[in-house]
Design a protein around this ligand. Sequence first.
Ligand SMILES: Cc1ncc(COP(=O)(O)O)c(C=O)c1O
Length: 303
Amino acid sequence: MYAAGVAAFVNVNGSIFDGKDAVVPVFDHGFLYGEGVYETLRTYQGQPFLFERHMQRLRASAGMIALAVPPDDAHLRRQIAETMTAAGLRGGSGGEAYIRILVTRGVGELTYDPAACPAPTIVIIVKPHVDPPAAVFAAGVTVALVDVVRNHPQALSPLIKSNNLLNNALAMQRAFARGAYEGIMRNYRGELVECTQSNLFVVSEGAALTPPIDAGLLPGITRGFLFEVGADAGIPVREQVLRDADLFGADECFLTSTTREIVPIVQVDDRRIGAGTPGPVTTRLLEGFRRKVREMAPVVEQA
Ligand SMILES: Cc1ncc(COP(=O)(O)O)c(C=O)c1O
């Protein structure tokens, strides 16, 4: 994750390092076999947003690969806070933080037997959060509909937020090749499911529609939060099976994720969606999202 010029701080099993000095052993099964799970959070006013929901999903992902996450939420929260302090990102003028928590199987012999790894490795990466450019929200983005199929749920469930991101990375490579901002993926049944790093919504007749969880997708925290934002804003938000025709016939379209909030999609490959500009329902949901975030954020004391 460390790149020259990026001020990342990394907590490895409780010890905090400058990003360029953080290491995990080669015999960690996270490295050897991709056995690990993760969460990406961000702060608003210096506080990790929807922390409990992220921890719940982290533990659910870990459970699905028979991996125990030993420290309780309060311990992880303290470790995050300490890493944010080291990174100079404790709110106020320090700016907001991007936080990635990774839990891997840990170090052990070359075998798939989980018993070979007595203790998981817990890594927390903290770096400055960078908002998408203002133009992304103002003008919307072009995405690609890619032909890399999302993992079959009975092969590798997309419910697991796994460090093994080859399915997503290969799909995003296709999108990069077309100069697209994101890649929309279909499931094994040919239905639209989600994007490579975000969830998908289309707007039709005033309602925001998103594929159901059993289509085989990651239950995004932002996706889940959007049902609440919609209820507050008087906009129906529903799950519905979506196909290509629903996308190309939609009035509006957008994606959601922790780090990107709600991003309008105005074009898919060479086809315009709706009017080709961010639509009114998307705009109201984004405003409602940001209003709700402000309402939920703690009041920051003035010095
Ligand atoms: C495949 C996939 N879907 C959806 C999301 C959005 O999830 P969230 O809203 O929890 O960030 C992500 C985020 O990383 C993702 O990787």
